[in-house]
Design a protein around this ligand. Structure first.
Ligand code: HXC
Ligand code: NAP
Length: 279
């Protein structure tokens, strides 16, 4: 699909790159020639992923243990990365989430999600952005949100608030930093099974099945599909796209919004029976 050197010469940081979609995106970016840095809170996970990715593709992969909720830790990580050479792109992928009835949420539970998704993404973006602007470097930020960033969603309210904020940051900074050559875009995935998300969001098999198959295409997303979209948005081939959010959800959210989507349960016989009879 892409030239094998699409991302050659680009150094990219993926937050939460040790697991799930971050790891899958990382694999694809390295295959396409990028130099990769991944971060997360668990050293063993990062180390294992880095070795796995380096065994599969030729590019260098390094890791930084960093809790992105802590602005000083983010600044120290970014400073360390820059000491070895500047980043060209940041992928805000790290997240925290769980389902809960909102009236049961404690302040700490709200903060746990907002701290990772909203504050962490902002700290990483600002730490990189101020360096890019000072250096006059063309650069790229890609944030992984989801479709409830604009629809909202019950039972994941802190996450919906945080993703909406990340999308607002994406659009705002696309305008503010565009003149400096910094692009910011977002991807809004539908269901892409990962252990991290599935154990917290759809912990029972029947819930998982419904979540994965209720979209018009009737299946879950494949990690490669999202990774290829990320590669395109991080490449210079998408150079005129900024402030955009690309949905990759098999039509899930638009089906939820359509007032007559519920008619998909009708059979051919139902449709025939309802059709006005010719007199
Ligand atoms: C209610 C909960 C809870 C739950 C935690 N809390 N889980 N409350 N229901 N299921 C509360 C705790 O009781 C505590 O409040 C507070 O949240 C903080 O919990 P900790 O365990 O101390 O937090 P921490 O160790 O910081 O962990 C953060 C976390 C955890 C978000 C709670 O799940 C985590 O580390 N997640 C990272 C990975 C992840 O979430 N991946 C899924 C991303 S999927 P009290 O008051 O009791 O002390 C995703 C998909 C989006 O984002 C879109 C899908 C379509
Ligand atoms: P995941 O595997 O649980 O990934 C979350 C990652 O974030 C983990 O590697 C975790 O590593 C890291 N992380 C969490 N808190 C952190 C912190 N404070 N500091 C640094 N890193 C932290 O889940 P996923 O499904 O791949 O999700 C990846 C992204 O896709 C998220 O933004 C999510 O909202 C989005 N998304 C996923 C889906 C889906 O269907 N899977 C759908 C829509 C959107 P540590 O725990 O080691 O820190």
């Amino acid at each position: 699909m892409f030239l094998p050197d699409l991302l050659k010469g680009k150094k990219i940081l993926i937050t939460g790159g040790g697991t799930g979609l971050g790891k899958s995106m990382g694999k694809r970016l390295v295959e396409l020639g990028a130099e990769l840095v991944i971060c997360g809170r668990r050293q063993a996970v990062l180390e294992e992923t880095a070795w796995e990715l380096m065994a599969a593709a030729p590019g260098p992969v390094s890791w930084q243990v960093c809790d992105i909720r802590d602005p000083a830790a983010v600044e120290a990580m970014v400073e360390k990365i820059w000491a070895e050479g500047p980043l060209d792109a940041l992928v805000n992928n790290a997240a925290g989430n769980f389902i809960a009835r909102s009236e049961t949420l404690s302040p700490r539970a709200v903060d746990a999600v907002l701290g990772i998704v909203l504050h962490g993404s902002a700290y990483c973006t600002l730490a990189c952005g101020k360096r890019w602007l000072a250096e006059g470097r063309k650069a790229n930020v890609l944030s992984i949100v989801t479709t409830y960033a604009w629809t909202g969603s019950p039972y994941v309210v802190p996450s919906a608030m945080a993703k909406a904020g990340v999308l607002a940051m994406t659009r705002s900074l696309a305008v503010e930093w565009g003149p400096h050559g910094v692009r910011l875009n977002a991807i809004a995935p539908g269901p892409f099974p990962t252990p991290g998300a599935w154990e917290r969001l759809v912990p029972r098999p029947e819930l998982a099945k419904e979540f994965e198959t209720r979209n018009p295409l009737g299946r879950a997303g494949e990690h490669d599909e999202l990774a290829n979209l990320a590669a395109f948005l991080l490449s210079d081939r998408s150079g005129f796209i900024t402030g955009e959010v690309v949905t990759i959800d098999g039509g899930d959210w638009i089906k939820g919004a359509g007032q007559f989507s519920f008619l998909d349960r009708l059979s051919t016989a139902d449709w025939e029976a309802m059709r006005p009879k010719k007199s």
